[in-house]
Design a protein around this ligand. Sequence first.
Ligand code: FAQ
Length: 305
Amino acid sequence: MEKFLEYVHAENKVEPKDLMPEDYRKLLVRQISQHAHSEVVGMLPEANWITRAPSLRRKMALLAKIQDEGGHGLYLYAATETLGDGKITADRDSTYEDMLAGKAKYSSIFNYPALSWADIGAIGWLVDGAAIMNQVMLMGNSYGPYSRAMVRICKEESFHQRQGYEILLTLCRGTEQQKQLAQDALNRFWWPALMMFGPNDDHSPNSQKSMNYFVKRESNDSLRQRFIDVTVPQAEYLGLKVPDEKLKWNEERGHYDFGEMPWEEFENVLKGNGPCNKQRLEVKRKAREENAWVKEAAMAFAGKI
Ligand code: FAQ
């Protein structure tokens, strides 16, 4: 164990066939598979707007973005599968089944609905923006396949973030009604986006081990603070008001102070009682049933070559 820690603390990467502690393997299967589930469940709120995108150009960009998210899911399920051994199961079918059964989590943010076209802008700007903040840190994680997947994913997320911001910029330069749509979207997505970073550090049971193994390289609170610091000026540029009365630049700290997170809501969403939890899982269950023939055909074809 000491040697393993020495190895990762010297910024070396662990590769699939290397010896690794069992709890490191488990931690990675949990986190990477949950990350993969987030990517594929995360396709749903935006997919709801493909047929209603306001122009062909917007539709093409949105389609490409959603397909990217599906691709991220694939890299991440593949990275998870490299961790399976005799004791720990990591194949895609079983990790996916855990998600459908409610045993494995996916990001809380995808349990909120996309109610207007402005929400598509807010998702790109805030949700992908928060994802990038977290994933840039994860590029430095100690597991080689996960770390390499993050490099490509971050490049794609940065296009997603910009397409979202540009949607909102267009709305904010439009009519009063369009600007109001943008403000409503920010009002609804601000706090849920901040909750993507997870519980406060002193309520985060996995953080200590994860940081020690160089999986997480920065804490939940520190990333949340950085996200707020970079995002508030972006909201100001749009001419929108962040829905937090306590938000205030603190000269001494060199950071924004902000209000108390709605932790009760977070807990509730994690328990499966968010606005769309049941609907999201139902859609994924149905898709799996209805599309089982695609998998069967692919397996039959793979058996021939
Ligand atoms: N939602 O001890 P910690 C994206 C759970 S990708 C749900 O702090 P940890 C791209 C946590 O799992 C977004 N559950 O946990 C996109 C744990 O439960 P467990 C996803 C949450 O792992 C954009 C428990 O609470 N990104 O958005 C959440 O050290 C647009 C205690 O928490 C990733 O997955 C939450 N927000 O830190 C796609 C990044 N927060 O597992 C489509 C990788 C915490 O023990 C469209 N993951 N929990 O049962 C991570 O960096 C970490 O896992 C954290 C949580 C930071 C999420």
